[in-house]
Design a protein around this ligand. Structure first.
Ligand SMILES: [Fe+2]
Ligand SMILES: [Fe+2]
Length: 176
């Protein structure tokens, strides 16, 4: 993982890396390559899960505390609630797509499955774009020096990085 100097940059960079993984997954679908599609989808799902975990465990609790101290930020808990629903949607839809791809290896029926998986992934891509825009413009911005003391920002940055580094063991070789 590339180390960047702020929480905002670190997480925004992770969004860009996730975008690349989605593009690679779509390319595998367009190429009609079931093995590659499964591998790319599985990796994207795992990486997105890690990103979401970093947000839930490390970022959102800090942002919630920041919002409590600032009257103008009273809508933040509601936004965090929407983002959490998005996260659930992403993981559920991707799990469905992975399950569908897995069945191809047993039962065939590739054309229908590819159409189904493409539809599921397209739904995730569209909602992820809106989701990431909200995070980058309204949530990650609350980790800057106007809101967090330097020590708190440093602690959050290192805990976010530690979460982002938690690749599942099965991806260790490809996750450098
Ligand atoms: Fe998120
Ligand atoms: Fe995010």
């Amino acid at each position: 993982m590339t180390h960047l100097s702020t929480i905002h940059e670190q997480l925004e960079n992770d969004h860009r890396e996730l975008d690349v993984l989605v593009d690679e997954t779509m390319a595998a679908i367009e190429a009609g390559d079931a093995v590659e599609t499964f591998a790319k989808l599985d990796f994207f799902w795992a990486r997105l899960g890690i990103h979401i975990r970093a947000e839930h465990l490390r970022l959102f609790p800090v942002v919630r505390e920041v919002a409590k101290k600032t009257p103008e930020l009273e809508n933040i808990p509601e936004i965090l609630g929407v983002l959490r629903e998005d996260h659930d949607y992403f993981m559920t839809e991707l799990a469905r797509a992975i399950k569908a791809m897995r069945l191809v290896f047993t039962f065939g029926n590739e054309a229908e499955t590819f159409a189904n998986v493409r539809g599921l992934l397209q739904g995730v891509v569209e909602r992820l774009k809106v989701h990431n825009d909200i995070e980058e413009s309204q949530i990650y911005t609350l980790t800057g020096p106007d809101f967090l003391e330097p020590a708190a920002a440093e602690a959050l940055l290192s805990s976010v990085r530690a979460e982002l580094d938690r690749y599942p063991n099965r991806f260790r070789d490809t996750a450098t």
